[in-house]
Design a protein around this ligand. Structure first.
Ligand code: NI
Length: 138
């Protein structure tokens, strides 16, 4: 049976600040630049979720994309959309919300929610149209 990868793109808006409390303001600005601004800033994120599995001979689907959409929406997007990633999201607490850290945290949440017959194979989190982080697990 052919195994195929399918991808759903999700969208959310969120605020954040890249900052370490144990560093001076000067060091934070040196490392994180504008992303260290004390009064937050936002991004329009895109999240590409790729799953792989056998093509069901009856439906021709690997997975209903509506089901994938709902699962990603409930599992991660609803919790980060229009939220402050530093303050509002318990599964990001204590992490600097870089694209890298957020994509790993999302992977850990989504992997547990996948139906048995499909495998989460890649997440791509776009912070801007030019910057993205990819993760395919440990
Ligand atoms: Ni930023």
């Amino acid at each position: 049976m052919p195994r195929v990868r399918i991808t759903r793109r999700m969208h959310f808006c969120a605020a954040h600040r890249l900052h370490r409390a144990d560093w001076s303001d000067e060091r934070n600005h040196e490392v994180f630049r504008n992303c260290a601004n004390p009064n937050w800033h936002g991004h329009n994120y895109e999240l590409d979720v790729t799953v792989e599995g056998p093509v069901d001979p009856e439906t021709g689907y690997v997975m209903d994309l509506k089901q994938l959409r709902d699962l990603v929406q409930e599992g991660v997007v609803a919790e980060v959309d229009h939220a402050n990633l530093n303050l509002d999201v318990d599964w990001l607490a204590g992490t600097i919300p870089t694209t890298e850290n957020v994509v790993v945290a999302m992977w850990r949440r989504l992997r547990k929610r996948m139906p048995a017959e499909v495998e989460l194979v890649k997440l791509v989190l776009w912070e801007t149209p030019r910057n993205r982080a990819e993760y395919s697990g440990e």
